[in-house]
Design a protein around this ligand. Structure first.
Ligand SMILES: Cc1cc2nc3c(=O)[nH]c(=O)nc-3n(C[C@H](O)[C@H](O)[C@H](O)COP(=O)(O)OP(=O)(O)OC[C@H]3O[C@@H](n4cnc5c(N)ncnc54)[C@H](O)[C@@H]3O)c2cc1C
Length: 398
């Protein structure tokens, strides 16, 4: 198909589940959409070397279902894990709240088969868990959003399921330095901390209402997950409460013996907020944690300057903020907000996209973020792998 498309100069836009948020799988310049969702077979499960060989259309949740009874899991868990595909996850280098502990999809793909824009089939990577064999193609394919090749098979690493995952929920009163809190929590990784999430007061109110929890009014919330072999006792919450107090957060800590209950509440609150807020600019910047408080101040000032409502949540442990500006996402105002936000992130040493990718909406950020020289070199790679530019045109390559 790719050879035919190349010959006839027809564009091909790979698509998994179509859940990407910045127009990644939208055929903005026409052509054919290559729907990979029916390539959904788990081809091989190696329980000794801990990897799975899958077709790209396998939905993340389906792989997890298969792995759970075997005491295994696949760590990358984007919020869309119940519907998005492993091919889409790899092509956007997706990650979720556990990437705080486990890293993004890129850390979990061992090997990929892909059809390049030349029509050639390549196999990139190996089955070894470690590799230092020079600059590699695998790393470039991951996160390339279908612009370098169409992934037709992935071999992904697996991890043993931890004995238990405990959830912790605490109010975060206004005025708390979230940056200092997050920097302090980095040191709790050794205690099994696997997620450090934050939601603002609006989302926290919804979570509290759904769980019937007495969270403090007008306060945000901190949501933690801890993977631990220890028995959960009454002291668990008290111990974490003392730890948080030492970091400046003196509030009651609520324990969830099974962290999934906490994430379900967070997910339901998110869906409800989505419905209430309607269309909006959903962004995805990240900065070093030492710049976190400045990021929040400046994003708040940007929203005030533009006179738009702002709701925020974050993968705080990784400095990844999702500001939601409530306005028409395809208006000139949305464009100003995006550009303003990216400038803030770059000026603080950060990135315009921490996990969602660039697609067409964030396309202008690519050249600026990488700089002219790197962009020129990367563009040569694109030319070599897709000489006619038939793969997913109109995205971040310009
Ligand atoms: C409710 C919700 C929550 C989300 N939460 C997160 C989150 O926590 N973290 C996060 O990172 N993202 C999140 N996302 C964004 C999105 O789900 C991810 O980017 C996901 O990885 C996309 O997977 P998909 O199967 O839907 O891919 P698609 O949207 O279909 O495609 C994404 C990109 O990958 C390319 N592509 C797809 N399959 C292939 C293939 N086989 N070969 C080559 N290219 C391919 C497409 O061309 C496109 O550029 C969320 C989205 C929603 C709607």
């Amino acid at each position: 198909m790719v050879r035919w498309a190349r010959r006839h100069r027809v564009s091909l836009v790979p698509r998994g589940a179509g859940t990407s948020l910045d127009g990644e799988s939208v055929p903005v310049r026409g052509g054919f959409v290559v729907d990979l969702s029916a390539m959904d077979q788990v081809l091989e499960l190696n329980e000794k070397d801990l990897w799975a060989r899958v077709q790209p259309g396998v939905v993340n949740a389906r792989l997890q279902e298969l792995l759970r009874p075997r005491g295994l899991f696949y760590p990358p868990n984007p919020g869309s894990w119940e519907i998005s595909t492993l091919g889409g996850n790899a092509s956007t280098n997706a990650s979720g709240f556990r990437s705080f502990r486990y890293g993004p999809t890129r850390s979990w793909v061992l090997r990929a088969r892909a059809v390049l824009g030349t029509g050639e089939l390549v196999e990139a990577g190996t089955l070894a868990w470690k590799r230092s064999a020079g600059v590699d193609l695998l790393g470039s394919l991951i996160g390339s959003e279908g612009t370098l090749g169409i992934l037709t098979e992935l071999t992904v690493r697996l991890s043993p399921l931890p004995a238990r995952r405990v959830g912790l929920l605490a109010s975060v009163p206004e005025g708390t330095s979230l940056g200092a809190l997050a920097l302090g929590l980095l040191w709790a990784r050794g205690e099994g901390l696997s997620a450090v999430e934050w939601v603002d007061a609006r989302v926290a109110t919804e979570v509290a209402r759904m769980e019937g929890l007495p969270l403090e009014p007008h306060a945000g919330a901190l949501l933690l997950e801890v993977e631990t072999p220890r028995e959960v006792t009454e002291d668990t919450a008290a111990r974490w409460g003392r730890g948080l107090a030492a970091l400046g957060l003196k509030t009651e800590v609520r324990l969830f013996e099974d962290a999934e209950a906490l994430w379900r509440a967070r997910g339901r609150a998110g869906v409800l907020m989505d419905r209430r807020l309607g269309p909006r600019v959903r962004e995805d910047v990240a900065v070093p944690l030492t710049a976190w408080d400045r990021l929040l101040d400046r994003v708040g000032a940007l929203a005030r300057k533009e006179g738009v409502d702002l709701v925020m949540y974050a993968h705080l442990g990784e400095g990844n903020l999702h500001p939601n500006f409530v306005c028409d996402p395809v208006s000139p105002q949305a464009h100003r907000l995006r550009m303003g936000l990216w400038e803030i992130a770059w000026s603080l040493g950060g990135t315009a996209s921490a996990e969602h990718g660039l697609g067409s909406l964030k396309a202008p950020a690519y050249r600026r973020e990488h700089g002219a020289i790197a962009f020129r070199a990367l563009r040569e790679l694109k030319r070599a792998l897709d000489p006619e530019g038939i793969l997913n045109p109109g995205k971040f390559w310009g």
